[in-house]
Each structure stands twice: as structure tokens, then as C-alpha cells.
Design a protein around this ligand. Structure first.
Ligand code: NDP
Length: 323
């Protein structure tokens, strides 16, 4: 099969296409022929070496397709099932294995493209808005990079839960998308002081929760946007990791809470995974959650997908397509 391989760490250029042996499913695994593959920032972090994996490796964990083989212990998944997962071992490929309990069977009416686009960013938006801080009607939230993959979905879910939603983005075109997704107010954090804007918009009160995926460039300002006892959910680092910081700062800024959540801990059991995926895919099917697929990139051009994501050129999901 064809697969994208990383043999040395570095920029997008280290992603090369190769012919390698087909993977075989282990006893608890399924082998899936992939139709659409999700590109995520975490793939960039592994490519750069910010997160570690032994070399060489095939990047990617999110995809959707059709099961072509199962291991001897697998009971709930059958050959021919249409499935999606965030748990593939090396998803930038024609075929990949995943533990069967990490697979979600796609409901009728959801395509493989939608499945691959919805799983990681959709379930992340879901856990942030319903569990990390379970938004209530009237809560105020700030979402950084609101026109991004997670951002567009999180803005819609936050709005649907009755929250007052402020988004930050870098351009006017992205501002329009963030408004369409449900942001009541949008701040261009590349031109405006987002802390001053959030203070102005909230009449000085601050927001209940900041969902911060940008990291290095926004972290300090995010703390200053919170009401006393507010929560900063730092869930990403698109601008770079946050440098070490003194937790004592949380006291004078208002007895603040800080969490650094990750999806794996919010889909820790098969039941929780199926519940979150079921909600997200159900909302997409009934039209209450709109997916924005920014572009489909041929698998062989994975480096172009990484370049565009890192260059802030994308709004919504970037997919790789094997054929
Ligand atoms: P996005 O589509 O949001 O892309 C990143 C966006 O971040 C850009 O479009 C850009 O929006 C903004 N950004 C701000 N500064 C920079 C910079 N210096 N370089 C690049 N981008 C910048 O990506 P995703 O939605 O896929 O992921 C967002 C973040 O969330 C990532 O860090 C990812 O790792 C993390 N994440 C975490 C999860 C978790 O469970 N913890 C799960 C899923 C994602 P703009 O131009 O508007 O500033």
C-alpha cells in the first residue's frame, strides 16, 4: 500500500510517499481501507518532534473508510462496516489498523468524508463545551481561532447551548465565517487588543471560560479576559507552546482555574467515545451542526496540507484523499 512516511523530523518536506507492506490487524483490531483522512495539528507536532514517536513512522490518527479484515477477538465490528476513528495507527495511508473499540460505525447519511472531518475536531468541541466547562445559557465564553477547525464547531455548539460567544480571528474573511458559526462578537486579535475588547464587550465583567488553542501568543491575555474564578481551558498551541509559568499568578488575577485537557481523557471508555461521536454525527445528520471542509488534498501531497495548516490558510477541516 501507499503511505506517507516520516524518516527524519522537520518541516512539511519530510513527508514523503512510499510503498510499504499492508498492515495486518492484531487480535483486537480491524483493518480499514481509508476513503478520507483527517489532518490535525497533532500530526504537525509529531512531524516536528514536539511530541515523540520512534522513527520512521506513518503520521495521522483520524480517518474513515470500510473495514476489510478483523482480528480473532473482534465481535462488534464486521467486514464491510463503514467506520471512523481518531485512533488509527498511521492514518496517512491507503490502509490502517485501529483497535475495534476505538471505531465508530458511521450512521446512514454520513459520508466517509464527513466522518473523517467530524471525529477529532467535533468530539474536541463537544467535550470542551459540555464537560470541561459545561456551558449554561447566559454563560460568556471566548474562543480563540474561531474560524479554525475546532473553532467553527465549538462556536456552533456554544451558541446552541445558549452561551454568549466571543471569537478571535486573524482576518476579515475569517471574521465572517466565525459570525456565521454563531459568534455574537468577533475580535481581530492581529489588529485589536483582544483583552481590552473582551473587557469592553462584557462591560468589564470578563468571560466565564476561555477556550484557547493558540497558546504562546494568547495565554497571558486569556487569563486577563476571565471573571474571578473563571476557567482557562488551554487545549492547543498553534502559535507555539506556553513557556513555564508561575501558578501564583492565578491568585491576583481572580482565583482562576487552568486546565490543559486532551481528547483521549474525554473519550476514555468505549461508552464515552460512542456517546460523544453519536452526538456529533447526529447533529451533523440533522443539520444542527455544520461541517466546513476547507479542502481535499491528494494523499501524495500531504506536505502541502501541512504547509497550508501551519500558514493559517485553512478554515475548517483539511482532508487527505487516498485516490
Ligand atoms: P485550526 O484550524 O484552528 O488552525 C490553527 C489556527 O490557529 C490558525 O488557522 C490560526 O487562526 C490560529 N493561529 C494563531 N496563531 C497561529 C500561528 N502562529 N501559527 C498557526 N496558526 C495560528 O486547527 P485545529 O482546529 O485543528 O486545532 C487547533 C489547536 O487545537 C491545535 O493546537 C491542536 O493541536 C489543538 N487541538 C487540541 C485537542 C485537544 O484535545 N487538546 C484536539 C484537537 C485540536 P487565525 O488565523 O484566525 O489566527
Amino acid at each position: 500500500m501507499r503511505a506517507i512516511r516520516v524518516s527524519r523530523l522537520g518541516g512539511p518536506e519530510v513527508l514523503t510517499i512510499a510503498d510499504i507492506d499492508d498492515p495486518q490487524p492484531g487480535a483486537d483490531e480491524a483493518l480499514v481501507r481509508l476513503e478520507a483522512i483527517g489532518v490535525n495539528f497533532i500530526d504537525v507536532y509529531f512531524r516536528m518532534g514536539l511530541y515523540k514517536k520512534p522513527l520512521p513512522f506513518t503520521p495521522g490518527s483520524e480517518a474513515a473508510g470500510t473495514v476489510v479484515a478483523i482480528g480473532e477477538n473482534v465481535r462488534d465490528i464486521r467486514v464491510g462496516d463503514r467506520v471512523a476513528s481518531t485512533g488509527f495507527a498511521g492514518a496517512y495511508a491507503d490502509l490502517a489498523t485501529a483497535r475495534a473499540d476505538q471505531l465508530v460505525v458511521l450512521p446512514e447519511g454520513i459520508t466517509a468524508r464527513e466522518g473523517a472531518a467530524a471525529m477529532l475536531q467535533g468530539m474536541t468541541a463537544h467535550y470542551l463545551a459540555t464537560s470541561t466547562h459545561a456551558l449554561q445559557p447566559g454563560d460568556r465564553c471566548l474562543i480563540h481561532a474561531a474560524a479554525g477547525g475546532v473553532g467553527l464547531l465549538l462556536a456552533q455548539i456554544a451558541r446552541a447551548r445558549g452561551a454568549f460567544v466571543i471569537g478571535t480571528v486573524s482576518t476579515d474573511a475569517k471574521a465572517a465565517l466565525a459570525r456565521e458559526a454563531g459568534c455574537h462578537e468577533v475580535v481581530l486579535y492581529t489588529r485589536q487588543d483582544f483583552v481590552a475588547e473582551v473587557r469592553r464587550i462584557t462591560g468589564g465583567a470578563g468571560v466565564d471560560v476561555v477556550y484557547d488553542s493558540v497558546g504562546a501568543t494568547t495565554f497571558n491575555g486569556s487569563l486577563d479576559c476571565l471573571r474571578p474564578r473563571g476557567l482557562l481551558a488551554l487545549f492547543g498551541q498553534s502559535s507555539g507552546p506556553v513557556p513555564p509559568f508561575d501558578p501564583g499568578i492565578l491568585n491576583p488575577k481572580g482565583s482562576l482555574y487552568l486546565t490543559r485537557p486532551t481528547l483521549a481523557h474525554y473519550v476514555a471508555t468505549p461508552d464515552e467515545l460512542r456517546r460523544r461521536a453519536g452526538d456529533v454525527l447526529g447533529w451533523i445528520r440533522d443539520g444542527s451542526l455544520r461541517l466546513r471542509i476547507d479542502r481535499d488534498v491528494p494523499l501524495a501531497d500531504a506536505r502541502e496540507a501541512h504547509r497550508a495548516l501551519q500558514a493559517r490558510e485553512t478554515t475548517g477541516k483539511v482532508l487527505l484523499v487516498p485516490n
